[in-house]
Design a protein around this ligand. Structure first.
Ligand SMILES: C[S@@+](CC[C@H](N)C(=O)[O-])C[C@H]1O[C@@H](n2cnc3c(N)ncnc32)[C@H](O)[C@@H]1O
Length: 204
């Protein structure tokens, strides 16, 4: 595991700066501990958080395991509901280049066999079932609540949902936390500006 954590530290800068080293290593540790068969990430960008989880899947070496990478890599989806500086930034940044960078990283680290890419809005992807670990880091506006409502019911009891940026403007991610609680999730610990939740009961 020490080598895995060192590798994650070394490759982290390739994936941009959305994901801190602390978060990357915590997500990887969850994967090592839970030995998930199905990981889902909504909002992949250049794989800042997903590549660490993929490296952890590779480390565990279960060849049946898959991480579903859901992201349309499209400005239209990114700006949906956004205002001000976020609207400005997401409408001009090169989403195709981010997609290509993510794919290049999969090849560089021989992670393709663990990853299924769904280049589509989370809204248009049928949630896999059961999900063992999900990281929800896509659009943080109304879509974030829809993501919790659609994907979290498929998380198995004992499974983990990590919600990013719970205090995002608009309050939708926070509503997502409340929605997850109604589905039987409990808050375990904060992770940077996000929250790690575990499903303790299958309500809903
Ligand atoms: C902050 S970035 C994700 C950062 C990434 N998790 C990391 O740690 O490097 C947000 C991502 O959400 C994606 N996104 C926006 N709308 C989405 C939607 N409807 N479904 C899935 N992903 C979406 C964007 O294309 C962008 O890649």
């Amino acid at each position: 595991v020490k080598r895995l954590l060192e590798t994650i530290e070394r490759v982290l800068p390739e994936g941009g700066d959305w994901c801190t080293l602390h978060k990357a290593q915590t997500l990887a540790a969850l994967v090592v501990g839970l030995r998930p068969r199905t990981v889902v990430e909504i909002g992949v960008w250049m794989g800042g958080s997903l590549v660490p989880m993929l490296l952890a899947l590779q480390h565990v070496g279960n060849h049946d395991a898959v991480a579903v990478a859901i992201d349309p890599w499209s400005p239209a989806a990114s700006v949906d509901g956004e205002t001000g500086a976020n609207l400005e930034w997401w409408s001009t940044v090169d989403h195709d280049a981010a997609f290509r960078a993510f794919c290049a990283r999969l090849d560089k680290h021989t992670l393709r066999s663990y990853c299924r890419i769904e280049r589509a809005s989370s809204n248009d992807v049928m949630p896999p079932s059961p999900i063992d670990v999900i990281h929800i880091d896509g659009n943080h506006r109304a879509q974030a609540l829809r993501d919790v409502a659609r994907f979290c019911p498929q998380v198995r009891v004992g499974g983990i949902a990590v919600l990013d940026d719970v205090d995002w403007e608009g309050g939708h991610v926070n509503e997502g936390v409340e929605q997850a609680k109604r589905l039987g999730f409990v808050a375990m610990y904060p992770l940077d500006r996000g929250l790690v939740m575990q499903r303790r009961g299958a309500i809903g």
